[in-house]
Ligand binder design. Structure first.
Ligand SMILES: [Zn+2]
Length: 306
């Protein structure tokens, strides 16, 4: 399903007050109504002993200094789509010129306590929408990087993948003064930056002559099917294992993540959503917890004895 399929859909708003006794699926309490910091304790109770699948988003990496472009302080912005990127060399020049600045900063980001807590919890599967590679850095087992990793590069012609670090060195030598000319641009969670004037930036090709693209899923591009199937299988297994789905730091704006919440809800698997701000998963959540990611995850790791 294309990433671009859903952003126009309005966010769900939940204003119905909690009323009446809770009754619902055998595997957990029925969904509460609304989002509240006060649900944190009940959510930790719910997640204390169960098998978990965890879905993480940009909010998890804000404590590592990588801004969440959907967060409350983020400026409006429309990412480059896959269709725009492949349209021609000008778009590719614009992408790489901006991304080159963002990468120089993103690669200096370090995992935070939330990443460490999740590695210690070691869920049945950790699905991340983040492309920053920080879950990988702390050795998280059973990980699916749903949208790929910004540290990888793929050739659109021969499909060979290579390390972004090598391309970065090449870009740096082809464009020696680029950073000095743009010292204070804002960095996005996908490594992009705010920059309009990108003329003159030199972009190398693959050794086969093909176009190089970061090996991440762009808006308008599909998540590879095998990744999606692995995630669905893990969510499906939660039903028989009396498990739960935990979503941390994602507003679930794009369908690529929301679909797993929908699947869990359809299977009556309890869902906990932890985020600063409303998410599209809130109406499906047993608990929608208004909280930062790091404090909740460190509390959960302690609770599980991880
Ligand atoms: Zn190639």
């Amino acid at each position: 399903m294309p990433l671009s399929a859903t952003p126009a859909e309005p966010r769900a708003t939940v204003s119905t007050p909690l009323s009446g006794p809770l009754s619902g699926p055998l595997s957990g309490p029925a969904p509460t109504r609304g989002r509240s910091a006060s649900y944190a304790g009940a959510a930790l109770d719910l997640l204390a002993d169960r098998p978990l699948v965890v879905l993480t988003g940009a909010g998890l990496s804000t404590d590592s200094g990588i801004p969440d472009y959907r967060g409350p302080d983020a400026p409006p912005r429309r990412p480059m789509t896959y269709q725009e990127f492949v349209a021609g060399p000008e778009a590719q020049q614009r992408y790489w010129a901006r991304s080159h600045l963002g990468w120089g900063r993103m690669r200096r980001a370090d995992p935070n306590e939330g990443h460490h807590a999740l590695a210690a919890i070691a869920p049945e599967l950790l699905i991340t929408q983040n492309v920053d590679g920080l879950h990988e850095r702390v050795g998280t087992p059973r990980l699916v990087a749903l949208h790929g990793r910004i540290a990888d590069v793929v050739c659109l012609a021969c499909r060979r993948t290579s390390a972004r670090a090598a391309l970065h060195e090449q870009l740096a030598s082809l464009n020696p003064d680029w950073h000095e000319r743009h010292p204070s641009v804002r960095v996005r969670p996908d490594g992009d930056v705010d920059l309009e004037d990108t003329a003159g930036f030199v972009v190398p090709s693959c050794s086969c002559g093909g176009v190089l693209k970061p090996d991440v899923v762009f808006f308008g591009e599909n998540v590879p099917k095998d990744r999606v199937e692995r995630c669905y299988a893990a969510v499906d297994a939660l039903r028989d294992g009396d498990g739960a789905l935990l979503v941390v730091g994602s507003s679930l704006t794009v369908m690529s993540g929301l679909r797993f919440v929908r699947r869990a809800a359809a299977l009556e698997v309890p869902v906990v959503v932890v985020n600063r701000g409303e998410t599209r998963g809130d109406p499906l959540a047993t608990y929608a917890v208004e909280s930062g990611c790091t404090p909740f995850l460190t509390a959960l790791a302690a609770r599980r004895g991880a």
